[in-house]
Design a protein around this ligand. Structure first.
Ligand code: GLU
Length: 504
């Protein structure tokens, strides 16, 4: 029996990201290639951001991709529980071990103290981060503070000199001066662990042999290596996968690109094509083959073929790969069935019928009204977005403000969009119907009018609506970083009227 055990450890704090599918894919390939186990662990210790709905969507999205794990909260296993919120006593116990070994210390600083520290170091240009003032408290001082009932966090005692050296199986030897590493909080004052603490304790107790994850986590490795050392444990092998980049060369982010797995599902992509495409972003098959099955990679997997530099998410390439799969894997006689399964199904049509019922004059009008539900690239024109008073840039700012509010509310439903559109009209001092509604019709439907706007957006779904907003902003010329900062300030003050000036 192989001792290879790998895991993905998503946090249920947002929509299921293609990056999660990318990392899950390589973990699954690695596990299958080595005849090991692939585990899914839910890292839900951020109480304010974790949601059950997001967790459900992670399962749903990964299963849609055909990524299956051997152990996890939904399928069980011998190393559970697989949800961190159900393991709190384990972390507490382990933080006490570190305290008793003198590898960690109690920190009584309040958030005000920390703010003050930050201000001071900014002013003096000194070292950023925690100034370690609680690191050398005497036993007596600690007792006194505890008797007063002061709450505390537990911090890791990071060496003050020297450097951390570790091997990454993909990137080779990495060194990092300890002076660059902060005394990381391991346990928060509410008794919850931070990511670092829970992640290391779980990886050890779940006997994870290889940590395969995105390279945005590399900066955490020194803390992790030190934690393993402090406990007296052997660390797993680290393998950091390249970052997924957007067309702009920056990290693929929902702020600029559609990133939800559901966006690709709802836009009519095949999961096997998406996985093939994602695998190409991290791996090169011998002979530079581009179309192959996951079983092909599993069979010949060689970690030396994993890429190091970030790969750009090229939508045209994804379209091409998807087309190859449509041709190769779906015979003509099955195509209509697959399209029906996608969105020409009864359940989806039942959502459209109330939107058009009293509006169509003939059946043929149905397609005319509902085409935007089935089309990915709407034909935008400048005229479509030309609204009184607002320049194309102002239109971008308005749409961006709408995205921010809906994201803040974490609610992209009909009611929420309706309410938000009114708030934004007020905020920018523009006519709701003539400006905001027109922009929204243009962006969501690619036309000046259509079925009820807000209900349609809800049926279209958050991911595709969001993607259309982003595409409209891009179509209208985009928002420079400078303008984005100006917008953010006005937005935070609740008054964006000055941004509607003609030549902004
Ligand atoms: N919870 C982290 C995430 O959201 C896990 C990172 C890791 O794999 O260590 O991706």
């Amino acid at each position: 029996m192989s001792s290879v055990r790998v895991r993905i450890a998503p946090s249920p704090t947002g929509d299921p990201h293609v990056g999660t599918a990318f990392i899950a894919l390589f973990n699954m390939i690695f596990a299958r290639h080595h005849d090991g186990k692939f585990i899914l662990r839910i890292e839900d210790t951020d109480q304010s951001r974790s949601k059950e709905e997001y967790e459900k969507n992670i399962f749903k999205a990964l299963y849609w991709c055909n990524l299956k794990w051997d152990e996890g909260p939904d399928v069980g296993g011998n190393y559970g529980p697989y949800r961190q919120s159900e393991r709190l006593s384990i972390y507490k116990e382990h933080s006490e071990i570190l305290l008793s070994k003198g590898k960690a210390y109690k920190c009584f600083c309040t958030s005000d103290d920390l703010d003050e520290m930050r201000e001071m170091s900014k002013k003096n240009g000194g070292r950023q981060g925690y100034d370690r003032r609680c690191r050398n408290l005497s036993e007596e001082e600690i007792r006194e503070k505890e008797q007063k009932g002061l709450s505390y966090t537990v911090r890791l005692k990071v060496p003050l000199t020297g450097e951390c050296v570790y091997e990454d199986a993909i990137r080779g030897r990495i060194t990092c001066p300890w002076a660059d590493v902060d005394d990381q909080v391991l346990m928060k004052s509410d008794g919850f662990p931070t990511y670092h603490m829970a992640n290391i304790v779980d990886d050890h107790l779940m006997e994870i042999s290889h940590v395969i994850r995105g390279d945005e986590w590399m900066s955490s490795v020194p803390k992790h290596v030190l934690l393993y050392e402090s406990f007296g444990w052997t660390p797993p092998v680290f393998m950091h996968m390249p970052l997924l980049l957007g067309a702009d060369g920056k990290k693929l982010s929902k702020r600029r690109n559609p990133t939800s797995i559901f966006f690709f599902r709802d836009s009519g992509y095949l999961p096997e094509a998406l996985l093939n495409f994602l695998s190409l972003m991290g791996y090169s098959m011998p002979g530079d083959r581009e179309i192959y099955s996951i079983d092909d990679i599993i069979a010949e997997f060689d970690e030396k073929r994993i890429g190091i530099s970030g790969a750009v998410f090229d939508n045209k390439k994804l379209d091409w790969i998807n087309q190859q799969y449509l041709i190769k894997n779906i015979p003509e006689e099955n195509l209509w069935n697959r399209i029906k399964e996608w969105q020409f199904n009864d359940a989806f049509m039942a959502k459209l019928v109330p939107l058009v019922h009293t509006r169509i004059k003939t059946f043929a009008d149905f397609m005319d009204m509902c085409d935007f539900f089935f089309i990915n690239d709407l034909k935008y024109t400048p005229e479509l977005f030309a609204v009184p008073k607002a320049s194309p840039l102002s239109a971008c700012l308005i749409i961006q403000a709408i995205i921010w509010i809906l994201d803040q509310k974490e609610d992209w439903g009909s009611e929420s969009l309706n309410e938000t559109s009114r708030v934004v009209a007020e905020m920018f001092g523009v006519n709701h119907k003539k400006v905001i509604m027109r922009l929204l019709f243009a962006s969501i439907m690619g036309k000046q009018q259509g079925p009820p706007l807000f209900d349609s957006a809800e049926v279209l779904g958050k991911d595709r609506t969001r993607a259309r907003f982003l595409r409209s902003i891009e179509f209208l010329g985009g928002i420079s970083n400078k303008k984005m900062d100006i917008l953010k300030k006005s937005f935070d003050s609740g008054d964006c009227k000055a941004l509607i000036e003609e030549n902004l």
